[in-house]
Design a binder for this molecule. Structure first.
Ligand SMILES: [Zn+2]
Length: 316
């Protein structure tokens, strides 16, 4: 009740409306020390309880059109997920359903069909390697000590920070090679299968585009970027049999990963709205094709609530 009063004061709705767009990637069945930034089911449960009691949660398509029309409810929010992990359906969705809140899932279509993304190959390599040191200098990815959880975590973060800017095919090949050297087993069904995506959609989840191969759009020429945005949309529409109206730019830092050029491509491709990863809340003056997103990183309910309120002061 207390947080609801505060949020309604800071985000009164209507033409003064503010939209808080929360961003998630995975929700883990149990905590994983190597993935400290991904909430566990238990943590996600109290996060959704707080969000559902404090905000009026809308799917992104509806929230964006009401933002534009100046008809947002007080304390409006949207819950989004990027990439298409199976745990979105298996772990997060039952929790969202329990609290009766909608959510929007952005899917990179090339990774659908089970299996895992290139970044998970690298994470699992750093987790499972039995050596004390992982020498990736031949790929210009450094030499990493693997003495404890912290060094493994720092190691894969440093590698992913560079590798995500590599071209898609090269990125996949290097990731697979790293996994192979560390004897990471081939089987790992981390991403949604096609039937799982269709099930999520049929249960009422909003599905959004996230390109095909998750490239850093700013690194592509215009023709290639346009193709990634459009083909991801078309593949999803074929899969779920419904128009896909919202988009999330991969990685999504404006100016570094995507720009106004891609916002224009999104508009031309037939999207109604798109989200970046700039940290703020959206207002009526926000570019509807570059909406900001933010989720507090805190792992205690009080701090999570406070930082969610602080975000309402960061208007775009
Ligand atoms: Zn992504």
């Amino acid at each position: 009740m207390f947080w609801q009063l505060i949020s309604r004061q800071l985000a009164p709705g209507g033409s003064n409306g503010k939209l808080s767009i929360f961003i998630f990637h995975r929700v883990l069945p149990v905590p994983d020390p190597l993935l400290p930034f991904e909430p566990s089911a238990e943590e996600f449960d109290w996060m959704v309880r707080f969000i559902s009691r404090t905000f009026t949660v809308l799917p992104l398509g509806e929230a964006a059109s009401r933002l534009k029309a100046g008809t947002l409810p007080p304390a409006a929010a949207t819950i989004t997920f990027d990439d298409g992990y199976a745990d979105n359906l298996l772990v997060a969705w039952p929790i969202l359903k329990r609290y009766g809140v909608p959510a929007t899932f952005f899917i990179a279509t090339a990774f659908l069909g089970g299996g895992r993304m290139w970044n998970d190959d690298v994470i699992e390599a750093f987790r499972l390697s039995r050596k004390d040191e992982l020498d990736l200098s031949e790929f210009d990815l450094g030499i990493h000590q693997l003495t404890d959880t912290t060094s493994r975590l720092n190691g894969y973060e440093s590698v992913l920070g560079k590798l995500k800017y590599f071209e898609h095919r090269l990125r996949s090949e290097i990731s697979r090679e790293i996994a192979c050297r560390c004897e990471v087993p081939a089987v790992a069904e981390l991403m949604m299968t096609h039937p799982q995506l269709r099930l999520l959609h049929s249960e009422g989840a909003e599905i959004g585009g996230h390109t095909r191969t998750h490239p850093i759009l700013e690194r592509l020429d215009d023709a290639a970027a346009k193709k990634e945005i459009e083909s991801g949309k078309q593949e999803l529409e074929t899969l779920i049999g419904t128009a896909v109206r919202v988009l999330a730019y991969p990685n999504g830092v404006p100016g570094r990963d995507c720009s106004a050029r891609h916002a224009e491509m999104a508009r031309q491709a037939g999207f109604d709205a798109a989200v970046s990863t700039r940290q703020a809340c959206a207002t009526s003056t926000s570019d509807i094709f570059q909406l900001p997103r933010f989720t507090p990183w805190d792992r205690t309910p009080l701090r999570f609530a406070m930082r969610s309120m602080m975000n309402l002061y960061r208007v775009s």
